[in-house]
Design a protein around this ligand. Structure first.
Ligand SMILES: CC(C)(COP(=O)(O)OP(=O)(O)OC[C@H]1O[C@@H](n2cnc3c(N)ncnc32)[C@H](O)[C@@H]1OP(=O)(O)O)[C@@H](O)C(=O)NCCC(=O)NCCS
Length: 201
């Protein structure tokens, strides 16, 4: 299965059926943390829902429209990062992500997103990468902002979460911009690897 190395401690691996129990446990123990931002959390009620999700995502990977990766940190499933809305004609793709609460605040997502962008540009010839975040989700916005994305505008009422509509901020970066930023050695590219984890609760 496709694996993307991030650093000595982190790698991304395409989600496969054997990951369903770990995925379900991580979601089940993080519902309150994830629910405000992700609409599908309460639809993953039993392990079989995680299996069905992985099965669907593998189907979409085989048709080239999506790719759903687990983020592995010191051998533990820490969260997920996905490539969605892959538009092969225009070479555009969107990245989405989440982490279990115990893995937040270690730079795991910034590094994982940077590695995935490298992969999409260098190996999949994607030219434009988008990230959408609700206006209230400051933590999520910090990822594209730290990686040099441009905030291109507001998508009004683009998300329906917790019973009401929310605006999305649209962030984007092009392959040229990403390469220039890497050549310039942006701070987000240079920092050391993530520290060892605390035991997850
Ligand atoms: C969004 C999410 C993945 C971010 O995780 P994270 O652990 O904060 O990400 P990282 O540590 O890799 O990087 C975030 C950077 O932004 C900073 N940051 C995080 N939250 C911030 C905040 N509220 N305000 C300002 N800066 C913030 C961090 O300090 C870090 O900077 P650094 O790399 O200089 O240390 C995590 O909060 C999460 O899973 N949230 C719930 C699900 C979710 O919202 N998904 C996105 C839906 S659009």
């Amino acid at each position: 299965m496709l694996t993307i190395p991030v650093d000595d401690f982190i790698h991304l691996r395409l989600l496969e059926m054997s990951h369903a129990p770990a995925l379900f446990r991580l979601v089940a123990s993080n519902r309150d943390h994830l629910r405000p931002w992700l609409p599908w959390v309460d639809r993953m009620r039993v392990e079989n829902d995680a299996e069905n999700y992985i099965l669907r995502s593998l189907g979409r990977y085989s048709t080239g429209t999506e790719a759903h990766f687990g983020i592995w940190f010191h051998g533990m499933l820490a969260g997920s990062i996905t490539v969605e809305r892959i538009d092969a004609w225009n070479r555009v793709a969107e990245i989405g992500y989440w982490l279990g609460r115990e893995f937040v605040g270690r730079g795991i997502m910034r590094r994982s997103t940077a590695a995935l962008i490298d992969y999409l540009i260098d190996r999949r010839a994607i030219n434009r990468i988008e990230i959408r975040c609700t206006t209230a989700n400051v933590s999520s916005q910090s990822i594209p902002l730290r990686l040099g994305f441009r905030m291109e505008g507001t998508l009004h009422q683009a998300a329906y979460l917790m019973g009401r509509f929310h605006d999305h901020l649209l962030f984007a970066i092009t392959a040229d911009e990403w390469k220039r930023r890497k050549q310039g050695g942006g701070a987000a590219m240079r920092e050391p690897a993530a520290p060892a984890p605390h035991a997850p609760t």
